[in-house]
Write a protein that binds this ligand. Structure first.
Ligand code: LLP
Length: 387
């Protein structure tokens, strides 16, 4: 039985709900900030897509991190939380005119651009306003990260980024326009990456590209944005509750070859918020099948879609039981066969009404929730809400 959850308080609450350990979030944020600060010119933007719960965003913004946004809604949420516009980057393949216009009006730091028509749209909207928009080209480094196929992004076949062969033309386009200014290069190779070699490979590509741009076109850009992607240990959320940010930043510091004064930007999402969050649920029924037994919980795939969507592993703990283990499938109530959190997992013998924690749900849990089957989005409870 886990004791680091306020189980007595949970017993009085309606389930399911997202539970966030504020102390752990703050410790994680302090670690990120302190480790990044060891290297001159390193800037961290929190990837809002991982979790845009306003109360968490307030805490994150208060530590001084910037924001990495992928929609006008995220830019608005970051601004509302108090992230200065000068620390907001806006990425995404499909920015609409409305989203570009509001971001220009807010005066965000940079648009990470992914196509020629997008550059044209930003240029004309900036011209209408009499401003010059800073843009970074999102370059597709064509690196396959060691992660799930659905969350690699840096391959030529992915919809993201601009391929090497097209780079010259894209730079020509930007240089020919008066209301966009090329200030950086942006990369992102994928998410949930635990192998530092993938980031080292990215550094190699960045170095190559910088040399090429410098030798061929005399270009040295002030900003290099290496994206996010640092993974977390889903298998051991307590032992590895704070990711190894020291190693992560040191890896970039060692392998990136920077020109004098160049600034390095990071867009970290999962590594900042995943471990502080759990989805708390109750066992509604224990169902014995002919060859399996199921714990049917009151949370479903619409509250945490990662297992259904990516076959992702999340630790599941019974907070009410210290009985001997049995083997279960833990499933939700949604009318979909994929509404399964885990299969054939050893979990302490579970009874109807037991409270369970689905761990490491702080990133891409609440943020990806949806209302299928008329199910309400669960409430969120912060540890600071509980006496
Ligand atoms: N920057 C860009 C351009 C991105 O596309 C992403 C994530 C990030 C930063 C943040 O990556 P992180 O540090 O969180 O790995 N829903 C999936 C993950 C999708 C990630 C999408 N892009 C999941 O639940 O695993």
């Amino acid at each position: 039985m886990k004791t680091n959850f306020p189980v007595k308080a949970f017993a009085k609450l309606e389930t399911p709900f997202y539970y966030y350990d504020v102390e752990l979030l703050k410790k994680t944020l302090d670690t990120v900030r302190n480790e990044a600060a060891k290297h001159t010119g390193f800037h961290v933007h929190y990837a809002v897509k991982a979790n845009f719960n306003p109360r968490l965003l307030d805490i994150i913004a208060a530590t001084g991190l910037g924001a990495d946004c992928v929609s006008g809604g995220e830019v608005a949420a970051a601004l509302k939380a108090g992230v200065p516009a000068s620390k907001i980057v806006f990425a995404g393949v499909g920015k609409t005119d409305k989203e570009i216009a509001s971001s220009l009006d807010a005066g965000i730091f940079c648009f990470n651009v992914e196509s020629v028509p997008e550059i044209e749209a930003i240029n004309s909207l900036a011209a209408e306003r009499g401003v010059v928009a800073q843009v970074a080209i999102r370059v597709n480094p064509n690196i396959g990260a060691h992660t799930h196929a659905n969350i690699t992004t840096g391959l030529a076949e992915n919809k993201f980024g601009i391929n090497y062969e097209q780079l010259d033309d894209v730079i020509d386009t930007i240089e020919s326009k008066s209301n966009v200014k090329l200030t950086g290069l942006h990369f992102h190779i994928g998410s949930q990456i635990l192998v530092m070699d993938d980031f080292i490979a990215l550094c190699g590509r960045v170095n190559e590209l910088q040399t090429m741009l410098n030798e061929k076109r005399g270009i040295v850009l002030p900003h290099i944005n290496v994206g996010g992607g640092l993974g977390i240990r889903y298998d051991a959320p307590d032992k590895f509750n704070i990711p190894d940010f020291e190693l992560y930043f040191a890896t970039y510091a060692k392998h990136l070859k920077l020109y004098p004064g160049q600034q390095v930007h990071f867009e970290l999402g999962r590594s900042i918020v995943a471990q502080c969050g759990s989805l708390i649920t109750r066992a509604t029924y224990i169902k014995k099948g002919t060859c399996k037994q199921f714990i049917i919980v009151d949370a479903g795939m619409n509250d945490l879609v990662r297992p259904a969507l990516y076959s992702a592993y999340h630790r599941i703990e019974n907070l009410s039981s210290c009985r001997a283990d049995e083997v279960y499938d833990v499933v939700g109530p949604v009318c979909e066969s994929s509404d399964v959190f885990c299969k054939d997992r050893k979990i302490p013998a579970t009874l109807r009404g037991d409270i369970m924690a689905i761990r490491s749900a702080g990133a891409y849990g609440e943020a990806m929730a949806f209302g299928y089957n008329c199910r309400p989005i669960p409430q969120s409870i912060l540890s600071s809400d509980i006496e």
